[in-house]
Design a protein around this ligand. Structure first.
Ligand SMILES: C[S@@+](CC[C@H](N)C(=O)[O-])C[C@H]1O[C@@H](n2cnc3c(N)ncnc32)[C@H](O)[C@@H]1O
Length: 171
């Protein structure tokens, strides 16, 4: 096993400890994105933006903050999370910049250079509403990483795609 695989396993294990099977009506609980998939898009994003702590990265529905921790190696990282119990864990990982609220009520998507999410909302219509809000509010040039998306991002106007990354472009 090489050093990368050890890190990968450590992060996957950490996510697995807090994996939450609890079923809520509208929102997903903490069901983490697999670390390898996340690292692939993180590396692509770093290839584009460089390691730059002036760039703001947002995890919408950040859970316990493991993806924030990984992204914090390159960017100024923030999270939004509706459940306080996960935010408390994120804090123990040193992830302090978490807004405790419903992502549908967040008014500052336009402040971020990178917006990542992994389907926070179980209710398909509400999830689509959230994705439309993120798409509408994101600033020109923002990179959006919509994992588990419910909206057809390829059909949205003023969006360009490169692999799993989407770029908001005002024409
Ligand atoms: C599927 S998990 C993804 C966790 C993490 N982002 C990842 O990629 O591993 C979704 C997270 O979103 C949170 N969440 C669900 N609905 C939300 C909402 N409306 N606003 C903010 N967070 C929400 C859940 O509590 C959960 O922690």
């Amino acid at each position: 096993m090489d050093i990368q695989q050890i890190y990968l396993k450590a992060f996957n294990n950490l996510d697995a400890i807090y994996y939450d099977h609890q079923k809520e009506e509208d929102f997903y609980s903490f069901i983490p994105c697999d670390v390898e998939g996340f690292l692939n898009v993180l590396v692509q994003t770093i290839d584009i933006l460089g390691e730059d702590k002036t760039k703001k990265f947002l995890d919408v529905g950040c859970g316990i903050g493991t993806k924030m921790l990984l992204a914090s190696s390159a960017f100024d990282v923030y999270g939004i999370e509706v459940r306080n119990k996960y935010i408390q864990v994120a804090k123990t990982l040193g992830m302090e910049q978490v807004f405790e609220l419903n992502a549908l009520d967040f008014c500052h998507y336009c402040d971020f250079d990178v917006i990542y999410f992994f389907t926070p909302i179980r209710n398909k219509e509400l999830e689509k509403q959230l994705e439309i809000k993120i798409y509408t509010d994101a600033k020109d040039g923002a990179i959006i990483i919509p994992f588990g998306k419910k909206l057809n991002w390829d059909e949205l106007p003023n969006v360009e795609r490169s692999g799993d990354l989407y770029f908001k472009r005002h024409k």
